[in-house]
Design a protein around this ligand. Structure first.
Ligand SMILES: [Zn+2]
Ligand SMILES: [Zn+2]
Length: 362
């Protein structure tokens, strides 16, 4: 089958013929329908997120179950599923406490070094980004990496539920627990930021302020329900948010992954509130905060990973909100591309002007 392989870091993806093994007892094989282009893959491509290479990238995927391992009872051939990188063991301390998104042994769900590799190319094993590797015609993954979704859900939109949507909405619902009537600011209105915006609207926020550098993305944020937009290339976003809200917001979310914007998120909240870091920073990045202000104004900065999701429950819920017309997914997709065009898609992401590109497989 064909897959997009990262051979070295940094480096472009190379579309190559690779081999896929049979499923083990707790594994499933999917025919991939679609895989979204996410910024975390770009970190790997640009060398800002070190991973073992060669690797198949892509972690925002959906597909149709082709085969299941001997012990898999909850899925069957023909089921439509969405994948999520928050695979969980169900037995470690975090999983048993209900924090499956922080599973301590996630990487142990992949095959070990003494087992046959799930994917290989000319006899050489290939790493799967996040245990997935969605830029491939087929996926071989652990059963706790996927969840069944309703048959009516189009899978090109369903794929986005597995990263951008579950992370954005989950950060609002599960992480920050945004209260009705509150004020919210979102810095960065790409795939995740737009979902924080629509999550805040669903949560009943009175005011949802979107901050970005690109006018076209701010316009899109308005269609997702932002009540105010701030173009940070024209004005200081901290001053603008404080002025708009007479003193700051109740919740701010940083959805880019830059120390500078994390600092801005921290500065635009009211005292006693928390700013949330949702975008993935480059490996080794550090964030400096003013300690006196943090203590005397009781401000917090909290990282949220993957929307604190329990995706086996969250993704079907999000699919139903979409099917009821209450969640926007169609508008997230800037373009559908073939596997061969994946590098061009990431180049457009570097330019930062559009929401999501999705690789679709015929
Ligand atoms: Zn992602
Ligand atoms: Zn676990």
């Amino acid at each position: 089958m064909k897959a997009a392989v990262l051979e070295s870091q940094p480096g472009d993806l190379v579309v190559a013929d690779i081999s896929i093994d049979k499923p083990g007892p707790d594994e499933v094989v999917l025919q991939t329908a679609a895989c979204g282009l996410c910024h975390s893959d770009l970190h790997a491509i640009d060398g800002h997120l070190p991973i073992p290479v060669p690797a198949v990238l892509g972690h925002e995927a959906a597909g149709i179950v082709q085969a299941v391992g001997a012990d898999v009872t909850e899925l069957a051939s023909g089921d439509r599923v969405v994948a999520c990188l928050s695979a969980f063991c169900g037995a470690c301390r975090e999983c048993t406490a209900g924090r499956t998104w922080l599973c301590e042994v996630r990487h142990g769900l992949n095959r070990g070094p003494d087992e046959a590799s799930r994917l290989s190319r000319d006899g050489v094993g290939l790493n799967q980004l996040a245990g997935l590797g969605g830029f491939a015609e087929e996926l071989l993954v652990h059963r706790n990496s996927v969840v069944k979704v309703p048959d009516e859900l189009p899978l090109d939109r369903g794929a986005l539920l597995g990263c951008a949507v579950v992370t954005g909405i989950g950060s609002v619902f599960n992480g920050a627990k945004v209260a009705p009537g509150s004020t919210v600011a979102v810095i960065g209105t790409g795939g995740i930021g737009l979902n924080i915006v629509q999550g805040a609207v669903l949560a009943g926020a009175e005011r949802v302020i979107a901050v970005d550098l690109h006018a076209e993305k701010l316009e899109l944020a308005t269609t997702f329900g932002a009540t105010d937009v701030i173009n940070a290339s024209d004005v200081d976003p901290v001053e603008a948010v404080i002025e708009l809200t007479s003193g700051g917001v109740d919740y701010s979310f940083e959805a880019i992954g830059l120390p500078q914007t994390a600092g801005q998120a921290f500065q635009m909240i009211r005292p006693g509130r928390t700013a949330y870091l949702v975008g993935l920073p480059a490996a080794g990045a550090t964030i400096e905060l003013p300690g006196t202000q943090m203590l005397m104004q009781a401000r917090g900065l909290q990282g949220l990973f993957m929307g604190s999701n329990r995706f086996k429950e969250d993704i079907p819920m999000l699919a139903n909100l979409y099917l009821q017309g209450r969640l926007k997914l169609d508008e997230l997709i800037a373009g559908r591309i073939g596997l061969a065009d994946v590098n061009d898609g990431y180049q457009r992401m570097r330019e930062g002007t559009e929401a999501r590109s999705v690789v679709t497989f015929e």
